[in-house]
Design a protein. Sequence first.
Length: 90
Amino acid sequence: MGKLYVGNLPYSADDEALKAHFEQVAPVISAKVIVDRDTGRSKGFGFVEMENSDDAMDRLNGGNMDGRELTVNVAREKPRDGRDRNSPRD
């Protein structure tokens, strides 16, 4: 099981559309489009959790979704303190 980052999503995509797109390759456990909390509009990226994420990444990275070329990578864990581990501490 793995979690994938999906970038360059069409702004019209919602959780269900993202799930349906990835289910063309393998069963999806969860799909979430990230939205701006103030406006409720998509930020153009999301996350998909699936049993066979390697195959999906290979097959869908660079693929087309509603006219946009998707970027699909293994999702990195967010640091618990919310900071970028590579940024200098103040």
